[in-house]
Write a protein of this length. Structure first.
Length: 435
């Protein structure tokens, strides 16, 4: 539903016709209207406090103050951009795409003085179906956000921050689609912009960028319960965050969205479903000198045998696309979704779809991917690997396979065996020419 600009309130009085139209076009009108009125209330409080601020400082107009704040933010961003050596920085990442055809998302960052241009020339053409297209403003938003995080993380965000940044994408591409192309799950494409930009900047800013963060995964559950009550709720969960210079990635984090992991208890209160388990996935963090954050595993099933189906819509991302880490780091474990029914073998769900749960012995297992690593895994501190094994974040086999670290019978590092294992896996040094 697309609504042109209309007044929701006129002189403090609600536009009931507009509210009725909205209520008639959403599955959970009480939730949506509640959210709208909450935003109206928040705006009213903000207006009251802004007027009080203006009275306190004797301001009749905010134009001069806004200009000053934005100009200072612009200058801070320009100074940060100017610290990057002039040149072109290129990178590419791959998304799952659709129908088993991964999509290449290339980016070129051109730095000239205090200006930076993000160009997605070569992006695939817009998709005819699937809703994975992005409008240019969505692509630009995720691009400038990623640069803001890297360049001026301590400056409050305002329009001045973004004046030195320019974003381009070919019209008719998946990152700049033409109306009315479908864009419902644009996150499955646009959320890769940050990883592409970070990968491009690692050569210039190795201490400011982080490796790829596994994509969040949304689960929607809807239907009617035994009392005939309509339910429609979602369970948004995060994957492992990428590592960066000097730091392991956080586990089960949502990035680049500002959302948080939805509370399991809240989801269970609103739906006749239960999250039977929620846990980290060992070995899912991408190996590196600094390890990627772990993904998480959830098991979702019906709560009651009430003969009412629970329809579960899932949108996994990162099932087939593996995004390598930075500076020799490796990719994290992929996302996986499978259906468990009546003791039969797992039935993998390769892409977005809807699963119908009819009995309590049917369930969906959801695994979110792990973040990518940073740096060569063979350079990771063996003591850190042993600690990860003790905490259950890495298995003993994963320590040997991914890091060349062997443990003794007490869970400590077998230093001699580890040294031999790592030496055997490093490339032989190349002698200088003429020797």
């Amino acid at each position: 539903m697309q609504i042109p600009p209309l007044k929701l309130f006129r002189a403090g009085t609600a536009n009931e016709d507009l509210l009725a139209m909205i209520a008639a076009n959403v599955r959970k009108p009480e939730m949506v209207l509640g959210d709208i009125h909450a935003q109206v209330s928040a705006n009213a409080v903000g207006a009251e406090r802004l007027l009080a601020f203006m009275d306190e400082y004797g301001l009749d107009d905010l134009t001069a103050l806004a200009v000053t704040i934005q100009d200072r933010a612009e200058q801070a961003m320009r100074k940060a951009v100017a610290r990057i050596p002039d040149g072109v920085y290129a990178h590419e990442v791959w998304s799952d795409g659709q129908g088993g055809e991964p999509l290449r998302l290339p980016v070129r960052l051109s730095v000239s003085g205090s200006e930076i241009t993000v160009d997605y020339a070569g992006a695939p053409p817009q998709a005819e179906r699937g809703g994975i297209n992005c409008t240019l403003n969505y692509t630009a938003s995720h691009s400038v956000y990623a640069l803001k995080c890297v360049l001026t993380p301590d400056i409050p965000s305002n329009a001045g921050c973004y004046r030195p940044i320019h974003v381009r994408a070919p019209e008719g591409s998946i990152l700049n689609c033409r109306y009315p192309a479908s864009v419902n799950v644009r996150t499955k494409t646009g959320w890769y912009c940050a990883s592409a930009i970070f990968g491009a900047l690692v050569r210039a800013l190795p201490d400011r960028v982080k490796a790829h963060t596994a994509q969040p995964l949304g689960v929607g559950a809807y239907g009617y319960d035994a009392r005939g009550r309509l339910f429609n709720d979602h369970l948004l969960q995060g994957g492992g965050a990428g590592a960066w210079l000097g730091h392991d990635g956080q586990s089960a984090l949502l990035f680049p969205t500002s959302a948080a992991n939805v509370s399991v208890e809240m989801f269970e209160t609103r739906t006749p479903a239960v999250v039977a388990s929620k846990e980290f996935v060992p070995d899912s963090g991408g190996p590196g000198r600094w390890r990627g954050g772990l993904g998480q595993r959830l098991l979702l099933r019906k709560l009651y045998d009430d003969r009412q189906p629970v329809l579960v819509g899932v949108q996994p991302e990162g099932v087939t696309a593996a995004t390598p880490g930075l500076c020799g780091g490796r990719h994290g474990a992929p996302a996986r979704v499978s259906v468990l029914a009546g003791g039969r073998p797992d039935q993998p769900l390769p892409e977005s779809g809807t699963v119908v749960l009819r009995r309590t012995d049917e369930a969906i297992r959801i695994e979110l991917g792990g973040g990518s690593g940073y740096g060569d895994p063979l350079d990771r501190d063996p003591a850190a690997v042993a600690r990860d094994v003790r905490l259950g974040l890495v298995t003993a086999e994963g320590a040997r396979r991914d890091y060349g670290v062997l443990l003794d019978g007490d869970g400590g590092v077998d230093a001699a065996a580890t040294a031999r294992a790592r030496q055997g896996r490093r490339p032989a040094p190349v002698a200088p020419a003429g020797m």
